[in-house]
Design a binder for this molecule. Structure first.
Ligand code: SF4
Length: 360
């Protein structure tokens, strides 16, 4: 099938997607760039910052993550950040061109306790700085999503990571359906959705495409889809994975762009091993955002001056906050949950051999 911007469909068979993914790279990038230009300013790229507001000690077993307590990594654990600490970090990030701050806490799920109240304060604070506020806190109940929305949260990040099948090879402590449920809870509360995945974990090309099929089947499609290249961290079960070739990344971004034309596709983790030329190709293929700052939660990221130099060389301009949406107003907190609204998240409990080995 020849794919043109006229016959781009929102529903794809795996075979058609595979044909698109495997098509000659120049054709694929040209098609993706054409779609990109119909819906986005091709010379505008959002700079976002990712801030780990609570680091390490996570009870989950995500095979790529140095923050899982069960693996032996060099992570320095940190308690939940204060309003002052986050204000300092957010102001600095804004000064360096970021218009969005994503706050990440290494939790399985949000608990209705004092730490959640503190997170709500952090959200109100960053909203007040006129940055897009995103949070990634683990699984979320409907009530927690409503409270975050009332505090002025703009987006909730909850990645699918991979296809439903391959997800079971990476994480055993929670189910794919839990992730879909959390995304639904965020959506129902009026939050925009940020959900994507990681390539380079040993999955097949079809796994990557199946993940995109799930994401693109959401109605509406996610406003934001981060595509990460695995950063293999020593001590994690995926430490020996080989780096993702740049053209795999370009193909993945191009296919994401074609499947979800209005979404902001984010070129996320793994940029330290990409040249500016490789990143330029990702922008051409439809990436509309990078994560700026010297760290991505806990893994290294290019220095700010390197990004500014790349922006200058490519003639890119950083996007302003809320250029694709409306700033949420802070509303009265609807308050905590009634017992009946509590969700019991699943614990699938199958074993993943390489995760078990790294635990020992
Ligand atoms: S990815 Fe998140 S949930 Fe998984 S181990 Fe790391 S911090 Fe925990």
């Amino acid at each position: 099938m020849t794919v043109t911007t006229q016959n781009i469909s929102t529903t794809w068979s795996l075979a058609a997607l595979r044909e698109l993914h495997d098509s000659p790279l120049m054709d694929l990038v040209f098609r993706a760039a054409t779609v990109h230009r119909q819906h986005h300013d091709p010379n505008e790229v959002q700079m976002s910052s990712l801030l780990s507001i609570k680091t390490g000690g996570c009870p989950e077993d995500c095979g790529y993550c140095p923050q899982a307590a069960r693996y032996h990594t060099d992570i320095e654990e940190n308690a939940l950040m204060t309003v002052e600490q986050v204000t300092t970090a957010a102001t600095r990030a804004k000064g360096l061109g970021s218009s969005r701050l994503c706050m990440g806490a290494a939790w399985r799920n949000v608990r209705d306790d004092g730490e959640f109240e503190q997170v709500l304060d952090l959200v109100r604070t960053v909203n007040g700085l006129d940055m897009e506020v995103c949070a990634t806190l683990g699984m979320l109940t409907p009530n927690q999503a409503e409270r975050l929305a009332a505090a002025g949260l703009y987006a909730y990040n909850h990645n699918l990571d991979s296809s439903e099948e391959y997800y079971k090879e990476v994480i055993s402590t929670r189910g794919y359906e839990d992730r879909i449920e959390t995304i639904g809870n965020a959506r129902k509360a009026g939050l925009t959705v940020c959900s994507g995945g990681i390539i380079g974990m040993g999955e097949s090309i079809d796994d990557r495409l199946k993940m995109l099929m799930t994401l693109s089947s959401f109605s509406p499609q996610p406003e934001s889809v981060p595509i990460n290249a695995l950063v293999a961290v020593a001590g994690t079960p995926l430490e020996d994975q080989r780096p993702v070739p740049i053209f795999d990344m370009v193909r993945m971004i191009a296919v994401t762009r074609i499947m979800m034309p209005k979404t902001t596709v984010r070129l996320s983790a793994g940029r330290t091993s990409m040249s500016p030329e490789g990143q330029a190709m990702c922008f051409l293929a439809g990436a509309g955002s990078i994560f700026a700052g010297d760290k991505l939660l806990t893994t290294p990221n290019p220095e700010a001056f390197e990004d500014l130099e790349m922006f200058n060389n490519l003639g890119l301009k950083p996007a302003t906050a809320y250029s694709k949406g409306t700033k949420p107003t802070i509303k009265q907190d609807p308050g905590g949950p009634e017992a009946k609204t509590r969700i019991k998240w699943s614990r699938p409990g199958h074993k993943i051999e390489r995760n078990e080995e790294k635990r020992k």
